[in-house]
Design a protein. Structure first.
Length: 79
């Protein structure tokens, strides 16, 4: 089989993990009061929506096994 004679320069890939930049990112801007209130309101709205859907969805997931809730059609009763 054909073998490559020169070394493949993959050393830069191994050194990429150790590379550190000397450029510092700008400091993060702090959220002001209105942004915090807006995020809180959105979060509370989402939590209330999940809680409401769970509250209204749980009765439909219950398996009711009582025979009092059986339905029959009029055609089945007339025969």
């Amino acid at each position: 089989m054909f073998r490559r004679r020169e070394a493949v320069p993959f050393a830069f890939v191994a050194e990429a993990d150790r590379f550190r930049s000397n450029v510092t990112p700008p400091p993060r801007q702090r959220a002001d009061r209105s942004q915090l209130m807006g995020r809180t309101l959105i979060g509370l709205t989402l939590v209330a929506g999940f809680a409401g859907s769970l509250l209204f969805g749980l009765p439909s997931l219950e398996t009711d096994q009582s025979p009092a809730h059986t339905q029959s059609s009029e055609a089945a009763r007339s025969h």
